[in-house]
Design a binder for this molecule. Sequence first.
Ligand SMILES: [Fe+2]
Ligand SMILES: [Fe+2]
Length: 165
Amino acid sequence: MMLKSKLEKAINKQINAELWSAYLYLSMSAYFESINLGGFAHWMKVQAQEELSHAMKFYDHVIERRGRVSVAAITAPPISWKSPLNAFEEAFKHEQKVTGMIDELANIAVAEKDHATANMLQWFVNEQVEEESSADHIVQKLNQIGTNTGGLFMLDHELGQRKKG
Ligand SMILES: [Fe+2]
Ligand SMILES: [Fe+2]
């Protein structure tokens, strides 16, 4: 069954959104480098790569279903934040927004009776639970740390251990 055009359009929008997410986290990575928090920067760089892989999952799905991928311009994300806490609060907010987009895609897939796409989207539904939780976890830690520099460096060390993929 070929991909229906309504779904094709919505997935193309999601490919752009995932690429924007990658761009956002790459920008956050550069911000953390600029304030000498290499572990935070590493975490964000790995996150950016994950978002690229999300875009590719959608890309491959469209191609496999004989749909047409149409790439569009990626808008510029912010380039700096007030603090590490502010950056992670924004990351968490962004992931909540993406969860809403994935849920909406799943609604369209069900309405269009496209079970293959609905099934593919379940992976993303689960992934978003993890994405929100890991960003929220770091927000909470940063809140506990407050202005304690030692705590910030310890968290920086911990985030620097994040494995790729
Ligand atoms: Fe994503
Ligand atoms: Fe994400």
